[in-house]
Design a protein around this ligand. Structure first.
Ligand code: SF4
Length: 393
């Protein structure tokens, strides 16, 4: 048992190390393989296309450096993610990438994209702008077209021909990795295993960075080791974590939640369920499957950066709470994330209408007032515990 625990710690530490310095992983991977690495921007990039070319697709991460060199390239009131990636570009840290690609286009992301182009004009960048309106018949045609153009561009950048068999293999591998992560999430929320929330995040976040085969190998081993370990017992308040687009919340936040007696049993964070929510069909035309994946994703985990009449985020959240048994929600919102801020009143209305206890926490790039936040989190925990007592009585 002690040996299994040691190996569990080792594997999780590997994932955390990759997330702690993602550019070091990319540099090492390029040196090991002699292949190219392409940086991609969140949240809907079809990474399988890059993978099928033999290059490494890496979702560019926020880093912890203070914003300095990039400060004059982007508005102060843009979100932390857009400022951080601009700053990384201005400091030439992103020169490790042979190209930077995007399909999403919120205002802040477009600003960062332009700033990255300005900071390193010699590096190819490509925006294959997917439509954000999901209901129009023309959107399907547009995504098909954008995907074809993206495929040609990736072939031009990498000098490789993306053949359909390689694309299908990349889809299969990515699906396996997504499925393995979702299984771990299910095992964790049903209480069969224990993984701290920061560890679960590292597992998802590292899958945005690492070679998928390497990630899946480690993940499969981790899964087999965890089933042999008893989860700690306890009567924690079960919560759903929602929001936080494009980048990972600071792990210290999760530690604070858990120290307050919370178990995060479900989420729709980008560095959580949202990233792995949807598989790509393995049968039929692979390009059509990637197009369908884009549309299906917004049904599996609705996002306020997309507009779709037939699904909404608040109904999705209420259903998720019913399914998981979560007793409340913590909404994590990146400060100045406009698509999230504009949608928040709808979420709040739904929570009030259904008496769902919730708490909104805004996060920033620099400075996290953990002690002040702790008081608000403790008060949410107390509210939920009081409700339990009233329900029992
Ligand atoms: S969706 Fe939000 S977090 Fe992502 S780039 Fe746009 S403003 Fe920033």
């Amino acid at each position: 048992m002690a040996k299994a625990q040691d190996r569990i710690r080792e594997i999780v530490a590997r994932f955390e190390t990759v997330c702690g310095d993602y550019l070091a992983y990319v540099a090492d991977w390029k040196a090991r393989t002699g292949r190219k690495a392409l940086g991609v921007l969140p949240m809907n990039f079809p990474v399988e296309l890059v993978q099928a070319s033999g290059a490494l697709p890496v979702v560019i991460q926020e880093d912890e450096d203070p914003i300095t060199d990039g400060r004059n390239l982007i508005y102060e009131y843009y979100c932390a993610y857009s400022k951080s990636i601009t700053d990384q570009a201005a400091k030439r840290k992103l020169d490790i990438f042979d190209s930077i690609l995007a399909v999403d286009h919120c205002v802040a992301l477009l600003g960062a994209f332009d700033a990255m182009r300005y900071a390193a004009p010699q590096r190819p960048v490509y925006l294959a702008q997917f439509p954000a309106s999901m209901d129009e018949a023309s959107s399907v045609v547009q995504v098909d077209k954008r995907l074809q153009e993206l495929r040609v561009e990736i072939e031009r950048i990498t000098g490789a021909v993306i053949d359909d068999d390689a694309l299908r293999a990349a889809i299969r591998l990515r699906n396996q990795d997504r499925q393995a992560i979702r299984q771990l999430m299910d095992m964790r929320s049903s209480g069969r295993i224990w993984l701290a929330a920061r560890e679960m995040q590292a597992i998802v976040q590292s899958s945005m960075i690492m070679d998928t085969a390497e990630h899946l190998d480690l993940l499969s081993e981790l899964k087999s080791l965890l089933v042999d370990c008893d989860p700690p017992s306890g009567n924690r308040v079960k919560l759903h974590l929602s929001g936080h687009f494009c980048h990972a919340p600071r792990p210290e936040l999760y530690d604070m939640f858990e120290a307050c007696g919370i178990a995060i049993i479900d989420d729709d964070l980008y560095t959580g369920y949202r990233f792995v929510s949807t598989d790509v069909a393995e049968e039929g035309d692979a390009m059509a499957a990637l197009r369908d994946w884009y549309f299906n994703r917004n049904v599996k985990a609705p996002c306020s950066t997309r507009a779709q009449k037939t699904v909404d985020w608040e109904s999705f959240l209420l259903d998720k709470l019913d399914e998981s048994g979560a007793e409340g929600v913590i909404i994590l919102m990146a400060k100045f994330c406009e698509p999230h801020m504009l949608y928040y009143p709808e979420l709040r209305k739904a929570f009030h209408a259904h008496s769902v206890p919730y708490l909104l926490i805004e996060t920033e790039h620099e400075g996290l007032a953990l002690e002040m936040l702790r008081t608000r989190v403790e008060s949410l925990v107390e509210t939920i515990k009081r409700r339990r007592t009233v329900q029992v009585a």
